[in-house]
Design a protein around this ligand. Structure first.
Ligand code: ZN
Length: 463
């Protein structure tokens, strides 16, 4: 294994690159400089490095675009070892193929899957990610703890959710009975997750949220109790919502309401709530989400991969809803590249709404500040400003793939995936020259392949 990322400390200066700050005025400095001290940004501006920082360790960022690190607002890390299944299925068909396989998860397999997924996210420019883990087999062990350890190893800022399912097929839900949990056990584990792991401090590297899975896999009782518990401790709430027309049909049939009306009736709209997907929304739902401050994790690639539809991202933003990006689980987005979500968000918005629907800087904003707002971290990350945490991506855009694109932000968003020259998280180097410093990529790939074979074998399916 290569050396782990060094701890932050001292002064680090990035000089010569085009700095796209994504601050409120969308200031850009080309060329400019950015100085980090410890875990925070202490200077950002145009031109060469100011004299008072001449003692800094200098990185020559000529030929590079410097942006805030990208923020991923929806993922299922454990799915990194079940990619490529039910590749032509609808959401419900895909889930019903995979639930029995996920029933074999344990700490070892989840650790390997999460490490692979997190390392790949880092390579795509992601500095902060959430995770939605909702499969907790009875004998599986501490799967939340396993993914938290993986995030520490890779070095990303982490917002894992304690997910849950309590509505098995025998009670009218979609998942098999052996992958759902008892409500009391869920609530006890959720409270323990908050008490053990949640760090509310401004420079937090780890915050917990609670995340019952979806309207077709959890009871109204679990949704209500989870919201009460989360609000007692001041942690956020997350769930899947309005992902597919099948879900819309399910909600109308079982509850006589749209998905948003169903969640609204349970006290599940508010500034502490974010929904993954939100594809199938009518105008009233968008207005209600805007009025309550409810936000969205937009997952364009996963929605396209499952043929679920295209979210109304432009309408949501226009209404004032905070919209971040998410790769969603690796099993419905085998690429799991957050950079790619930024590009797809722009392309899909334009496919739906014309060339003015989303600009390249809007896409960058969605991938950075949009995600920060969704996770309640807008005062700490999402832009490059003095005093903010040093979560920074440095993209090389002077190579063959991008060299002739005059606008650096257009090169990033519209061009192919650029090399990632450097990724800083909390001032620490996590990626250098496309290499994730905390892992050996070849060793990890072999471990991922072996873990995948083991999990499928446990489900009686050779791979
Ligand atoms: Zn999901």
């Amino acid at each position: 294994m290569t050396a782990p990322p060094e701890t932050g400390g001292g002064l680090l200066a990035l000089v010569g690159g085009h700095v796209a700050t994504n601050d409120a005025g969308r200031s850009e400095h080309g060329p400019g400089h950015l100085v980090v001290e410890g875990q925070r940004i202490v200077a950002v501006g145009a031109g060469p490095l100011p004299a008072q920082y001449r003692e800094a360790s200098v990185v020559d960022a000529s030929g590079c675009l410097i942006t805030p690190g990208l923020v991923n607002t929806h993922h299922h890390l454990y799915q990194w070892i079940t990619r490529g299944a039910a590749v032509d299925g609808t959401l419900f068909e895909w889930l019903q193929t995979l639930y029995p396989v996920w029933a074999g998860l344990d700490v070892g397999l989840t650790t390997t899957a999460a490490t692979g997924a997190l390392a790949w996210l880092a390579r795509s420019g992601c500095t902060t990610t959430t995770d939605h883990h909702y499969v907790f087999p009875a004998q599986g062990g501490d799967l939340l703890g396993a993914e938290i350890a993986a995030a520490r190893r890779v070095g990303l800022r982490f917002h894992p959710t304690r997910g849950s399912m309590d509505l098995g097929v025998s009670a009218g839900g979609l998942p098999p009975d052996d992958v759902v949990e008892d409500v009391d056990a869920i609530l006890a584990a959720s409270e323990a997750a908050i008490l053990t792991h949640h760090d509310p401090s401004a420079d937090s590297m780890l915050r917990i949220a609670l995340a019952p899975c979806s309207p077709f896999s959890v009871t109204a009782g679990l949704l209500t109790a989870s919201a009460e518990l989360a609000r007692r401790y001041g942690v956020r709430l997350h769930t899947h919502l309005a992902e597919s027309t099948d879900e819309d049909d399910y909600c109308r049939e079982h509850f006589g309401r749209t998905p948003v009306e169903h969640l609204d009736s349970l006290g599940w709209l508010g500034p502490d709530v974010w929904f993954a997907h939100a594809v199938h929304l009518d105008d009233a739902s968008i207005a209600r989400m805007a009025a309550t401050g409810t936000s969205v994790a937009h997952c364009p690639s996963s929605n396209a991969r499952l043929g679920a539809g295209i979210a109304r991202a432009r309408d949501l933003r226009a209404a004032g809803v905070a919209v971040g990006l998410g790769v969603d689980g690796a099993a419905s987005n085998e690429a799991s590249s957050l950079w790619e979500e930024m590009r797809h968000a722009l392309l899909f918005a334009r496919a739906r709404g014309g060339p003015q629907a989303l600009g390249v800087r809007d896409a960058l904003d969605m991938a950075t500040m949009g995600g920060a707002r969704v996770l309640g971290r807008q005062d700490e990350i999402g832009s490059l400003e003095v005093g903010k945490l040093a979560d920074v991506a440095v993209w090389r855009i002077d190579g063959l793939g991008h060299a002739d694109v005059a606008d650096p932000v257009a090169a990033l968003v519209l061009g192919g995936p650029p090399p990632l020259e450097l990724l800083l998280v909390n001032g620490r180097r996590v990626v250098e020259s496309d290499a994730v410093l905390g892992v050996d990529a070849d060793e990890l790939a072999a471990e991922v392949a072996a873990a995948s074979r083991e999990l499928w074998a446990r489900a009686g399916q050779a791979r």
